[in-house]
Design a protein around this ligand. Structure first.
Ligand code: NI
Ligand code: MN
Length: 231
């Protein structure tokens, strides 16, 4: 059936991999101004949760969803420890450069150049992106919040990815022009932009970004919050 991605605005996605639900950076309504109002931390289904870093716009609903569903929280060691201290003890700690085989596929934690402080001020360790090689062969790179880095070339040299989910908002992360270079570095066949238009400092026109990417021979899918895409 392939891998289905549903976008909830900002950096929040739910992956459906052959029925297994993986929530990425949960930031749902009412906290996320872009997220559809009818989907909330009280209703979302999750078997696994991927947290790229500790900022509130990526973990706002993490504790509530993890406690209610009992999903396995995948993140770096510090964030998994922090989640356990909040009462969400089902975690799998990793660190930058490590990969592990989960039931849905192999997930590798990769470099992100950003910061990572938890909402209560404790350290979230290093931020990370993730590359997931799903069991059906599909590769997705979630960059997380990051600057453009030359390390991204390593992902391209290792064979590239089917889809790169890249922030384009600028100000807190790379902006559209750097995201085009990132897409080239990681040899992405397709880009799905995220982390834009949630707040005034990260206003962008994703259609302009998509046009520039198309000019470079890379496909781009701009998802509206609530919209899904099957890879
Ligand atoms: Ni952040
Ligand atoms: Mn962010």
């Amino acid at each position: 059936m392939g891998v289905k991605l549903t976008y909830y605005g900002h950096s929040t996605f739910v992956i459906d991999a052959d029925g297994t639900k993986i929530v990425v950076d949960p930031f749902f309504a009412p906290n996320n101004p872009l997220a559809p109002a009818h989907v909330t931390a009280e209703t979302i289904e999750a078997d696994f949760m991927l947290l790229t870093h500790g900022h509130g716009d990526h973990v706002a609903d993490a504790v509530a969803i993890a406690k209610r569903t009992g999903c396995l929280v995948i993140s770096n060691f510090e964030i998994v420890e922090w989640m356990a201290a909040q009462g969400a003890a089902n975690g799998h700690g990793m660190n930058t450069g490590g990969a592990y085989n989960f039931p849905f596929g192999r997930l590798k934690s990769v470099v992100a150049l950003h910061s990572s402080t938890m909402p209560d001020g404790t350290s979230g360790g290093h931020p990370n992106g993730a590359i997931i090689n799903f069991n059906d062969g599909t590769d997705i790179y979630f960059a997380g919040d990051t600057a453009l880095t030359y390390d991204m070339r390593l992902i391209g040299e290792a064979g590239g990815v089917d889809v790169a989910v890249l922030p384009i908002g600028d100000n807190f992360t790379m902006g559209p022009d750097d995201a085009i270079l990132a897409a080239q570095f990681v040899k992405a066949k397709r880009v799905i932009p995220c982390h834009f238009n949630t707040f005034p400092p990260i206003r962008q026109n994703p259609d302009d970004f998509a046009d520039k990417l198309t000019d470079e021979g890379i496909e781009c899918t701009v998802l509206e919050p609530g919209e899904e895409f099957v890879i």
